[in-house]
Design a protein around this ligand. Structure first.
Ligand SMILES: [Zn+2]
Length: 209
């Protein structure tokens, strides 16, 4: 292709506006995509009151949370067993994910694995602040006592891995739990033989809550 001899330069003001729009769209898309991994790092939000079942105070701000609570950096994989967020996953779940990842041919990137109760409590408060009500928040974030992340029985995966598991996960017993969370996977008994059960609508309809 050759450029048209009649093409003209964009007026500077319009060009700047277009660049600004592109930067804004790219920023929003990046934050939305990375949110499962970043949500624990946003400072300045109020936390939930109370204590965990082992007597630790709930985190009152993101600054209280560390890798010991299950925070994991971007790009974390199942090999990062120095991180409690990976090391404290249920062994059967981790084994199934490793087997699937090996067959996929690429490392699954984990955005969240195991989380402490105080991390989960902070996420729930963050969701209540974000969505404006406990009822709406409960569709997206489980309680500290009901979360499969806190028990080490769930992972949130980056899009490509979740997409692959949506088609192949059942063979490894790995199933999507919630219709509104394409990234959240858990082990399900019998899935390898019978396929995965229908996902629940959202976390608020989970009987573990
Ligand atoms: Zn999850």
């Amino acid at each position: 292709m050759t450029s048209s001899p009649t093409s003209r330069r964009l007026p500077t003001g319009l060009a700047l506006l277009l660049v600004g729009l592109l930067v804004a769209v790219a920023t929003i898309a990046t934050v939305a995509f990375l949110r499962p991994g970043l949500v624990g790092l946003v400072p300045g939000l109020s936390g939930a009151g109370g204590t965990t079942s082992d007597g630790q105070p709930f985190a009152v701000s993101a600054d209280d949370l560390t890798e010991a609570d299950g925070l994991i950096p971007g790009g974390t994989t199942l090999d990062d067993t120095n991180l409690p967020g990976i090391a404290r996953l249920d062994a059967s779940l981790a084994d199934a994910l490793r087997e699937a990842s090996s067959d996929y041919g690429m490392e699954f990137v984990i955005t969240t694995g195991w989380r402490s109760e105080r991390y989960q409590a902070w996420l729930l408060q963050d969701a209540i602040d974000t969505y404006g009500s406990a009822e709406e928040a409960s569709r997206w974030v489980a309680t500290p006592s009901g979360s499969a992340h806190v028990s080490g029985d769930a992972v949130d995966l980056q899009f490509d891995a979740a997409d692959w598991l949506s088609r192949h996960g059942a063979a490894y017993g790995l199933c999507r739990t919630y219709a509104n969370e394409s990234w959240h996977y858990e082990l399900r008994d019998g899935a390898a033989q019978n396929g995965c059960p229908e996902p629940l609508a959202d976390a608020s309809s989970d009987p573990r809550q």
